[in-house]
Design a protein around this ligand. Structure first.
Ligand SMILES: [Cu+2]
Length: 122
């Protein structure tokens, strides 16, 4: 009687909706940790941004391509999210099609000091 149970378990696994995955990214002088964010097309995520020091998370192309609830899209201004020191912002989204999208901090000289990153969607 084990085989029917196994089939049932596999069927339930396949039918389960994709759950939201959390990604933590820390902004600090002068880097994103991690700097490469790997995503899977169609997967739902919540991006949890935290900052020590004032920084921005600018990813205009990615934000334009990703599906996102209006409440979270409202946190984005001119392609970026601004974070004061010791603050956090959550962004829920569904990963867009495969591709690479740049991330940078737009504060003066921060990107030239190395504060850049990328989304890589597969
Ligand atoms: Cu910065």
């Amino acid at each position: 009687m084990k085989a029917p149970l196994l089939v049932l378990a596999l069927a339930l696994t396949a039918a389960a909706p994709a759950s939201e995955q959390r990604i933590d990214v820390a902004l600090s002088n002068f880097k994103f940790t991690p700097s490469t964010i790997a995503l899977v097309h169609g997967q739902r995520y919540v991006l949890h941004l935290t900052s020590s020091g004032g920084h921005s998370f600018a990813a205009r192309d990615f934000f334009a391509a990703a599906a996102m609830p209006a409440a979270d899209r409202a946190k984005i201004r001119d392609g970026k999210v601004e974070l004061d020191s010791d603050t956090a912002v959550d962004l829920h989204f569904t990963a867009p099609g495969a591709g690479t999208h740049p991330i940078k901090c737009t504060h003066l000289l921060h990107a030239s000091f190395g504060m850049t990153g990328k989304f890589v969607v597969n």
